[in-house]
Ligand binder design. Structure first.
Ligand code: NAP
Length: 237
């Protein structure tokens, strides 16, 4: 068990994908789950399914983050996968698109933690979202690769500053779930085939397998400043 029974678990980006998988698991283990994201309909449907509360929040807007955390009394566990960005080669992306992973995934998580701090329980556990591209670039996507590496550095820095609050990072490989379901079938199948060839376990992962890693980090009381790679061994090939 991850120790979330009776704890307040906040998931920003909890209306779909990996965030929803974590929220589902935490709710099933007895946590009081609070979901955040930008789309009310999505949050309402997810919250109704798992018995959670929800509030709209956009991590690129600090007023929105202040209102989101201001409405909470206490946060025991925080997971922040909510981000949307454009990935591509240095030679092709506009500067704005190249900056988008940093704008939403790096600064979004940085500011989410900043606004959560006054509400954090002394023994709170934070898990940031990275991606295994941080250690093994999958193709021409240098700004996205750098953003993930920066998130892992952020996790170490926050672990030092916020102790005894624990801060860890999860860095999944390619996960068959909501994000990839929204991409063109040809692109998805080609990427999945390449990933199967590139990883030790010869398959893509599932959202539930990433939830395993996040719930482990929530409850692992002597783990802080770490990055966990549920990537099927992708980083080693
Ligand atoms: N799936 C993979 O293969 C994979 C692998 C490695 C890392 N990751 C990382 O996992 C994270 C989540 O991906 P996912 O696979 O779970 O896909 P997803 O279903 O698209 O999840 C993203 C969630 O975040 C919300 N969101 C987006 N921008 C937001 C913002 N500015 N503020 C608040 N919420 C926001 C989205 O809802 P709204 O649009 O309604 O806000 C959505 O519910 C991403 O950072 C991604 O880089 C994914």
């Amino acid at each position: 068990m991850s120790g979330v029974d009776g704890r307040v678990v906040v998931v920003i980006g909890g209306g779909s994908g990996i965030g929803l998988a974590v929220a589902r698991r935490a709710a099933a283990e007895g946590a009081k789950v609070h979901l955040g994201g930008r789309t009310p309909e999505k949050l309402a449907a997810a919250a109704a399914e798992i018995g959670a509360t929800w509030q709209v929040v956009d991590t690129t807007d600090q007023e929105s983050l202040a209102a989101f955390f201001g409405a909470l009394d206490r946060v025991d566990c925080l997971f922040t996968p909510g981000a949307s960005y454009t990935v591509g080669p240095l030679r092709e992306l506009s500067d704005e698109d190249a900056a988008s992973p940093f704008t939403t995934k790096f600064w979004g998580q940085y500011h989410a933690v900043k606004h959560a701090v006054p509400r954090l329980a002394p023994d709170a556990s934070i898990v940031l979202m990275s991606g295994a591209a941080s250690v093994r670039p999958p193709g021409a996507a240098p700004a996205y690769v750098a953003c993930n590496a920066a998130v892992e550095g952020l996790g170490r820095g926050l672990a030092v500053e916020l102790a005894p609050v624990r801060v860890n990072v999860v860095a999944p490989g390619t996960i068959d779930g909501n994000l990839w379901a929204g991409r063109p079938a040809g692109v998805r199948e080609a990427s999945f085939a390449q990933y199967r060839a590139d990883t030790l376990l010869h398959r893509v992962g599932t959202e539930s397998e990433v939830a395993d890693a996040v719930l482990y980090l929530f409850g692992s009381t002597y783990t802080t400043g770490s990055t966990l790679y549920p990537d099927g061994g992708y980083a080693l090939r």
